[in-house]
Design a protein around this ligand. Structure first.
Ligand SMILES: *Cc1c(COP(=O)(O)O)cnc(C)c1O
Length: 483
């Protein structure tokens, strides 16, 4: 190949080297677009149903030559950002809202533009220390022991649950022939990612024991104990107890302390799913509510929920990081250099991932830049907002609420005299969705259809709750009159 051709290719390839100083207008335009999007949130809807958007054209394809940014941003807005739930909106109070604080976006920018390889300590000692520092901070928060605890920053709670399940399986020493004799304990209200973790860990044949719940959908420890004892007598192998620190459906917190005692007494791996509820331990109330979480062998926690980070941030925290290492570490010839310098355990030895996003920066930057105080305040605010919403919504005629919120989730339904409650509650939710200024989701409990409220978006404040109450008042009164 001639050097001329190489020069020609180089010239084309050099287009990939954009830099902020070379392309200031592109940087400015992206910042401006993002700023406008944030500024417009108070006026924007929280939800657009796909079927109500008539102008969707679909995304264009890719071409050999590049295009101008303006058209791309407008396409991105119309085709991508507008349809569906607006996750950034304070009116989003459905499912479990995520975060998306801007400081995290800046952290991601730093991480992506510098592209530090953060899989192994040898390649990025500082980056691994940064991530381990965040993990230690979370371990401290939930009370896992300072000297032995550790974990991994994952893409989310589901991956974290899978990592915990694999660690428990490996520690127990069970083999495939034993799998059908293994028993795993959780309630019917545990998140479905628990079941998915079991399946993905190859344990589909294991016996799943649904532990009975009390009237507030919390695991009954005595029933758990009875089940374990019976299973042991039958020759089964109790492998893991999965408790919830805030269920997705109703926000119930299992009695973590009592369950921890049982897990200890029987030497069973104790996993606490705190994906939703974990960061409430930053508040005094939450710390008390989640008492006993410190007894866990592993804790699943989602910074993209309770720490308001953008999606793609979960974590698995473990009492003894050696157990995680033993279940995930493998040597490889081409990795031999990395074995010589191991100041701290590497993410790649604690998770299925090798190369990974440097996700620590999106958490580290906001925590350092803003301090912990605003996070703590926001979490306390969400707890109070949920209580306020719960208290006010029951004053609306024919609204019947479920149990008072243990954290920031509760549910209610609409039951005007002589009408089918499931039908009119569905109608109420449908009209809330059509209105779109706030977004609520639904669930079915024991055959009854309920509207769920989950307050966790960092932008949700009193005004959004009052708006939601106004909307519910208005629609229920209309439905009542319309018969
Ligand atoms: C969200 C959630 C999960 C799953 O976490 P992802 O981050 O969505 O993978 C698990 N458990 C609970 C209680 C949750 O709320």
């Amino acid at each position: 190949m001639s050097t001329n051709r190489l020069k020609e290719l180089e010239q084309q390839a050099r287009l990939l080297e954009m830099a902020p100083s070379k392309e200031p207008s592109i940087v400015d335009d992206i910042v401006e677009f993002t700023d406008q999007w944030i500024q417009s949130l108070p006026k924007e809807k929280s939800f657009y149903r796909d079927e109500d958007l008539k102008n969707l054209k679909g995304l264009k394809g890719f071409s050999e030559e590049g295009e101008g940014l303006a058209a791309l941003l407008s396409e991105f807005n119309e085709e991508v950002l507008v349809p569906g739930i607006n996750g950034g909106s304070g009116g989003h109070m459905g499912y479990i809202p995520g975060g998306g604080i801007y400081a995290s976006a800046l952290g991601d920018y730093l991480a992506a533009a510098t592209n530090k390889y953060v899989g192994v300590y040898y390649a990025a000692p500082g980056a691994v220390k940064l991530e381990n520092q965040l993990i230690k901070w979370m371990c401290n928060l939930v009370g896992l022991p300072e000297s032995t605890s550790g974990g991994n920053l994952t893409s989310g709670g589901s991956m974290a649950s899978l990592i915990a399940m694999v660690a428990a399986r490996e520690l127990s020493g069970v083999k495939a022939k034993d799998f059908e004799r293994c028993a795993i304990y959780y309630t019917h209200h545990a998140h479905h990612s628990s079941t998915k973790a079991i399946i993905n860990a190859g344990l589909k044949e294991a016996k799943i024991r649904h532990v009975p719940m009390d009237e507030k959908f919390r695991m009954k420890p005595l029933e758990l104990q009875k089940m374990i004892e019976e299973d042991k007598e039958r020759g089964l192998i109790p492998l893991m107890i999965m408790a919830s620190a805030g269920t997705t459906d109703v926000g119930a917190v299992d009695p973590l302390d009592a369950i921890g005692e049982i897990a200890n007494a029987h030497n069973i791996w104790y996993n606490v799913d705190a994906a939703y509820g974990g960061f409430f331990t930053l508040t005094e109330y939450g710390k008390k509510k989640l008492k006993g979480i410190e007894k866990a062998d592993s804790v699943v926690i989602d910074p993209h929920k309770g720490l308001f980070l953008p999606f793609g941030s979960g974590a698995i925290l473990v009492r003894d990081q050696k157990q995680l290492y033993n279940s995930q570490h493998l040597p490889a010839n081409y990795m031999q250099d990395t074995m010589s310098n191991q100041g701290e355990l590497s993410p790649a030895d604690l998770s299925p991932e090798l190369t990974k996003h440097f996700r620590g920066v999106r958490m580290w930057l906001p925590l350092r830049l803003l301090g912990i105080k605003p996070f703590r305040a926001a979490l306390e605010e969400k707890l109070e907002l949920a209580r306020y919403f719960y208290q006010e919504v029951q004053k609306i005629p024919a609204i019947k609420v479920g149990p008072d919120p243990e954290l920031s989730v509760f549910y209610f339904h609409f039951q005007p005299d002589g009408r089918d409650a499931n039908l009119v509650t569905k109608q109420l939710l449908d009209e809330i969705h059509k209105d779109g200024r706030v977004f609520l989701s639904s669930t079915t409990i024991d055959g009854t259809f309920y509207i769920r409220v989950a307050i966790l978006c960092f932008r949700t404040h009193l005004e959004h709750v009052q708006l939601a109450l106004d909307i519910i008042r208005e629609i229920t009164s209309r439905i009542t009159k319309s018969r």
